[in-house]
Design a protein around this ligand. Structure first.
Ligand code: BGC
Length: 423
């Protein structure tokens, strides 16, 4: 099998015209996000984020038509093909498929079948995420992930999705970044349902684990592969001593290892969403993460962290797929360099035995970046939000050259008995 070279998108961030818990959340918060209080301003300054003046406009925070991908999916499939990609990860919009509890909406099913065919016609493998952050209103109003019935509701959705689309899909991802979801929605309250009753957080965590397991049962067959996409930063000691090693272990555990270990053996592969490397220190040195170049959102750009992460995750003995990795970079200043160095980091990890089977860049096009709105520009292709035209950024040619010059193979045989990562 060949290595997956692709890009990633998610429904709420690109489709447009949806009505879900996030659209409600945007309407409620847009004014405040546009004029952040002292705390918000301090956070921006500390993170060295570089928001343009558009960030002060409430309309920046309303997803609305997003990139109009719902109507332009063929054009986006053409773009992916033009970039030389052979895979696209996208998510299904749960609120379209189940606008009310129960039956799937027939038009939504027809839409996703057409979209998958459009990708396949262009030689692009669909990697389908069942749920990426946004929910139908009924799910959050009547249940939410802290509710004991949430796993059963998710199972019902996944089972129906498999019945409707299973004949067209080989690579499934049950959910996106469950630990980041718990953190944002149940601890810090920045994402809906903004539950800051802390005892709900472990409940949500447990139900997400159960939800994944039940969705795995619904989706898994002998002909497909079912994984999860984890928020996976790299945590390594700033200076090597026992306390720093322990701290790095703990942070890895909370961010991805804990969840991962709870999901085994119900995983065919591990999806890695890598953005940031943290060199951690009990004394708090390096809190601002050194002098690395930064994305427009202030995130330090550190390709070497991807090598460390993949090498560590290889201990689980499961195929690895980088399901997200990218940066907000409106001037396309760092993107080409970052992609090249990061793929070289993957190359080193593969040489050391890490079974990395694909790289999906975040993102195919610019899109709606949740509570930051439209200003962060993550796309390989730029989107003009006035008329939704797309323009390839120069860095796409760097990515295309890399793809051309590497004939990597992939082994998707999971051993299925994942060992646990060591300190
Ligand atoms: C999420 C994406 C998001 C990206 C950049 C990931 O954690 O899965 O939805 O756009 O990070 O912030």
């Amino acid at each position: 099998m060949t290595f997956l070279w692709g890009a990633s998108i998610s429904s709420h961030q690109v489709e447009g015209g949806v009505e879900n818990d996030w659209t409600r959340w945007e309407r409620r918060n847009a004014d405040e996000w546009a004029q952040p209080g002292l705390l918000g301003r301090a956070r921006r300054a500390l993170g060295q984020a570089n928001p343009p003046s558009a960030a002060a406009d409430p309309s920046n925070y309303i997803s609305g038509q997003a990139t109009d991908h719902f109507n332009r999916y063929e054009e986006d499939a053409d773009l992916a093909a033009e970039m030389g990609l052979n895979a696209l990860r996208f998510s299904l919009e749960w609120s379209r498929l189940q606008p009310t509890e129960g039956e799937l909406d027939a038009d939504a099913v027809a839409h996703y079948r057409e979209k998958i065919r459009a990708l396949r016609d262009r030689g692009i493998e669909p990697v389908v995420t069942v749920w990426h952050y946004a929910h139908p209103q009924w799910f959050v109003d009547d249940y939410g992930w802290h509710h004991s019935l949430a796993p059963a509701k998710f199972h019902d959705y996944a089972r129906r999705v498999h019945d409707a689309l299973g004949d067209l899909v080989t690579y499934w991802i049950t959910m996106n970044e469950p630990s980041a979801y718990v953190r944002a929605s149940y601890v810090f309250g920045g994402f809906p349902p903004a539950q800051t009753k802390l005892w709900q957080a472990p409940r949500a965590w447990r139900n997400l684990v159960r939800g994944h397991r039940r969705a795995f049962d619904a989706l898994h067959t002998t002909d497909n592969l079912v994984g999860v996409s984890l928020a996976a930063g790299s945590f390594e000691p700033y200076t090597d001593n026992a306390l720093n090693r322990k701290l790095a272990w703990l942070l890895r555990y909370v961010e991805h290892d804990g969840f991962l270990q709870a999901l085994l053996p119900d995983l065919d592969f591990i999806g890695i969403n890598y953005y940031v490397e943290y060199e951690v220190d009990v004394l708090g040195r390096n809190l601002l993460n050194g002098s690395k170049p930064r994305s427009d959102m202030g995130w330090p750009l550190s390709p070497s962290g991807l090598e460390a992460l993949c090498t560590r995750l290889a201990a689980y003995d499961l195929p690895l797929l980088v399901t997200e990795h990218g940066l907000a970079d409106s001037d396309d200043e760092h993107r080409g360099w970052y992609i090249r160095e990061s793929i070289e980091a993957i190359e080193r990890a593969r040489a050391a035995g890490a079974p990395v089977n694909g790289y999906l860049h975040w993102s195919l096009t610019d899109n709606f970046e949740w509570d930051k709105g439209f200003w962060p520009r993550f796309g390989l292709a730029a989107v003009d939000y006035d008329d939704h035209t797309r323009t390839l950024r120069d860095s796409t040619s760097v990515y295309a050259d890399i793809i051309d010059s590497r004939d990597w193979d992939a082994t998707w045989q999971p051993s299925g008995n994942g060992a646990t990562a060591q300190e």
